[in-house]
Design a protein around this ligand. Sequence first.
Ligand code: NAD
Length: 434
Amino acid sequence: MAMKISVVGTGYVGAVTGATFAEVCGHSVLFVDVIKDKVDKIRSGKAPFYEPGLDELLSKNRDKLHATTDFSEVRDSDAIFLCVGTPPSPDGSVDLSQVFSAVGCILPYIQDGKFRVIVTKSTVPPTTGEKVIKRLEQKGLVLGRDFGYASNPEFLREGNAVHDSLHPDRIVVGCADKKTEDVMKKIYSSFQCTKIFTDVRTAEMIKYTANALLATKISFANEIARLCSRLGVDVYHVMDAVALDHRVNREFLNAGLGFGGSCFPKDVKGLISLFENMNIPTNLLSSVLDVNESQPLFGINILKESLGGLSRRTVGVIGLSFKENTDDVRETRAYPLIKGILSEGARVVVYDPLASENFVNEYPDVGQKIVLAKSLRDAIDSSDAIVIHTAWDEVKRLSPNSFKEGQVILDGRRALDVEKFKNSDKVTYVGIGW
Ligand code: NAD
């Protein structure tokens, strides 16, 4: 049954979630954002950022999608999804100011006695739902009568967000009251995947636990890679064999330069901060971040050994976004990587098909010291050594002949054909544990 949904916040999660509701369920969706530019883009059927397939989904469903900066229009909704940012505070705890600001923005328009469900899709620490409910109750609203509340964490991956949203592994919904559960079941009735209905705190905890486990797998693989690199063992072969055990899933056991993005670093920090607030020691999660912080430096040391020092050499860094198929540079490992290479006295030339501008704006300290190459070809031609940071498709297609004679290549993402490159006389190919 088609319903009326408002989506507050038109970032990666909000824009994709809204478009998916229209596509899969036929719901009518109102996007609300405080940034007019983003709203205008969505109105014109375009995504406010780069995400494969999203433009098509937005324009295809234009008749069901509306966008505004005017919060009063949420009045008409059956449910209001909060998809605003939850960045880390300087101390690592989760900054919930956008969530409470969004609640403040919708509040004047939900006090008319009509039952609507407030759904938090943003990643928020356990007990946040209770705080949001309290804020609404302080305004005289009664849970279960004037409003419902659900936590509905999102698991999409940037770069694959449209696919993940259309075909989720599971849908997790934590409901504060029975009426809310009924509404959420209706909203998601067109999805065939496993649906987990639980309480609000459990839903909030599931999201943090999922991201912390995935980040842990990556750091585990990276730590093992350090030893493999000294032993001359291929960590990918090790992980392939380890994962043949039915208790182990092979995903996210790929060693490289570490994880970035807007979620894993911040969510692990947020979880650590929850432990600290409750005076529960945690060593594992801090180590996950430590390994991740030092992994680019580990890569730089491998490069230094292969090149015989970096001073006055030119290093081409390929890829600035935190991963391929996105222009998002939040927490990208390219930042500590380039910073570290520069501190060795090298000149750095960079190439990224999409993310250069975002990178220079987000990291001006490093941005001012690097040279932006016009093309992948230019970056290769002007460098003594190449570091592959992001596995863009055009990078994956490179062969040894694409490089200069004697060039050193540090493949930070195992993007290239390892056998071909290792057997090549033309270049020196090094991996991080392979
Ligand atoms: P984002 O920063 O891309 O987008 C947030 C949007 O919210 C922005 O457009 C901003 O203008 C808007 N906003 C801020 N305050 C507002 C307000 N008061 N009213 C209306 N709009 C407001 O964030 P994102 O990457 O989409 O992430 C959103 C949440 O989802 C975060 O909690 C994040 O951790 C979580 N999440 C993100 C991903 C991901 O891959 N990006 C995946 C799963 C979960």
